[in-house]
Design a protein around this ligand. Structure first.
Ligand code: MG
Ligand code: MG
Ligand code: MG
Length: 314
């Protein structure tokens, strides 16, 4: 079989980077010529984890549209996403042969029956860890380290409401394999990721942005996780200007940005011009100074995307 790319979503987070590495590792153990790739830049948090465990980032690939010398399409496995808007460029011309995910099934369509595994867990690396166990394969120390980093990242060290018992159990077992104190390491990693003081506004605006489509509208929801919201608030005007710019360029109906304080577990939801009434309807509350305050909210997937998707449906 020709080479298979394993790829996470655009604007990759630690789960997408680690998922490409861990699932391609498992596939290689099973005899598949699998290679981890990424469709975007490595963020600070993921880089911290890669450096800590001494691994190279997945290879950057801009588009998977090309065919190989035999005219065969590129084989592709998706991890940590399935919505078409989040898949690497050129995927329409690739052959998607598997999906392993922990998000809602979006608009994905395929011509042939394929392997799809979506489980309602806090992190796709917990799903992948289950597959390691099923095959009686133990990840290497380095891969185990990346997998636990991903689970800590997606669940914000078990603070997110998406966290399940299986996520916690996986982190504990993976920490034994990797030989780390996951609580201390996890806090250090989250801190490294939340240190965005030197990021320019345009990078903050698109750092962790995802496209969604509902009722014929396309909108984005980004998220910035910090331990102090003040430095971000100082850049608010510039960040919103940047969001307005891409909104116009890409014809989005709106762009939202979750500014999440991971210590106090609250989110300040920003939005572009004209989105106020939809946002107020979605969250059933009034905005103040063009911000919707969402206490006890950390999860885009569980707490922010669903009400917005519903609001645009009608
Ligand atoms: Mg992700
Ligand atoms: Mg994930
Ligand atoms: Mg995330």
């Amino acid at each position: 079989m020709s080479q298979v790319f394993v790829c996470g979503h655009k604007s990759p987070d630690t789960d997408s980077i680690a998922g490409a590495l861990s699932y391609s590792y498992l596939k290689r153990q099973l005899g598949v010529d699998a290679v981890a790739i990424r469709p975007g830049e490595v963020n600070k948090e993921s880089q911290y984890a890669l450096d800590y465990f001494g691994l190279e980032a997945p290879k950057f690939v801009e588009s998977v549209a090309r065919k190989d010398e035999n005219g065969e399409k590129q084989k592709l496995i998706l991890v940590d996403h399935n919505e078409s808007k989040q898949i690497i460029d050129g995927h329409e011309d690739a052959d998607i042969i598997e999906i392993v995910d922990h998000h809602r099934l979006g608009d994905f369509e395929c011509d042939n029956p394929i392997f799809i595994l979506i489980r309602p867990l806090g992190c796709v690396n917990t799903v992948i860890y289950g597959l390691f166990k099923e095959h009686h394969i133990v990840p290497s120390k380095e891969i185990a380290g990346m997998m636990l980093s991903a689970i800590i990242s997606d669940t914000v060290l078990f603070r997110s409401p998406t966290t399940t018992e299986e996520d916690k159990k996986a982190v504990k077992e993976l920490a034994d394999i990797a030989g780390v104190d996951y609580e201390k390491y996890g806090m250090d990693m989250l801190k490294a990721g939340a240190d965005i003081s030197d990021y320019p506004a345009e990078k903050l605006a698109h750092n962790d942005s995802k496209e969604f489509s509902s009722g014929g509208h396309i909108f984005t929801i980004g998220q910035i996780s910090v331990m102090d919201v003040e430095p971000i608030n100082l850049k608010k005007a510039d960040i919103l200007k940047e969001l307005e710019k891409t909104k116009a360029e890409k014809n989005y109906v709106a762009s939202y940005l979750m500014v999440t304080n991971i210590l106090t577990e609250e989110t300040f939801l920003w939005f572009t011009d004209g989105a106020e009434s939809v946002a107020e309807k979605a969250f059933e509350k009034k905005s103040e100074n063009a911000v919707i305050y969402l206490p006890k909210t950390m999860s885009r997937k569980k707490q922010v995307a669903p009400p917005l998707l519903r609001a645009y449906e009608n």
